[in-house]
Design a protein around this ligand. Sequence first.
Ligand code: NAD
Length: 366
Amino acid sequence: MTHSLFLLPGDGIGTEIMAEVEKVIAWTNAEQLTDFVTDRGLAGGSAYDKHQVAITDEDTQKALAADAVMFGAVGGPKWDHVAYEQRPEAALLRLRKEMAVFANLRPAICYPALADASSLKRELVEGLDILIVRELTGGVYFGEPKTITDLGNGQKRGIDTQVYETYEIDRIARVAFDLARTRNNRVHSADKKNVMKSGVLWDEVVKGVAQDYPDVKLEHILADNAAMQLVRNPKQFDVLVTDNLFGDVLSDEAAQLTGSIGMLPSASLGDKKANGLPSALYEPIHGSAPDIAGQGLANPIASILSFAMCLRYSFGMKDEAARLEKAVDQVLADGFRTGDIMQPGMTKVGTTAMTDAILKALDKSA
Ligand code: NAD
């Protein structure tokens, strides 16, 4: 079966880590697990240098037409002067909007071999496996009015508007409940219903959706308490669903439980398209790391795990995704480390050698 992947490496280490993802795609094809056809485009500063925009209409159309998009990272000091509309990050915002990817999935998994790299005690994080489901296209980041008004008395007023409608909460809740069914059948829903009307509606709609999932246990949690519980006892969570703003904060907090930013993948999913596949964009959560770009030092694991998410969530290739994740687990257990996750007594490797070790582990797992 042929599937199309559109690759947008971006800037800085984005290009280096995407080259590693391509090796894993080639491995998947060689194993005849499926037939991935790839095309490449420009996003971020690299697109600006060539076309004076963060992403062209043509590449946006290719992203919309592809079965899935693999994104690297964008940005860097070279483009700090670029106008707001053309800044590198605008590429990602345009893609998220046009692809209508409303569900951001951020797993926080702590590999046993890296448990000591966490800022929490080993016993709190070892074996941690949380999935944060963040609403991505609504809420306070997009609500109108969104203004700064001069009050004429030496004061100004800044306004952002938190707004959610039933359908937006309903669809993200269903994503969370569906995912819980593939995991441990538990969902925490975080909001601030004690002080926010949008939170009251959020809770009401999530509880309504829960009626359709009697096998999944729903627990409500206030978002501030969720922030506290994530560092107090993170393993109590399975799936945590929340809005755009709280999700932004809580997913970064959960990310830090696991050690390094170079390890963390993400998926952004939308509704199913005519071909039955979801609108989908996969990317590591880290940026373009200008401080190490071009030196072969970047950890490719976040991107490789993003490809594993692509196999699982776009193409239903659960076994293959698990095999790739196990291969990553294996190389970490074997002591291979890039600089960002280096620990005493381990074997320090660069970007390419890390991928090669993962491919070797994949071969052995056949
Ligand atoms: P960053 O994630 O690029 O880097 C933070 C630190 O983590 C750096 O020390 C970097 O070397 C390290 N790091 C990140 N990824 C790594 C990896 N795979 N392997 C090893 N080390 C890694 O964040 P930043 O420095 O705040 O931002 C740099 C640029 O990236 C900025 O232009 C920012 O706007 C952009 N950015 C882009 C995205 C994105 O494309 N989604 C996300 C965040 C930041």
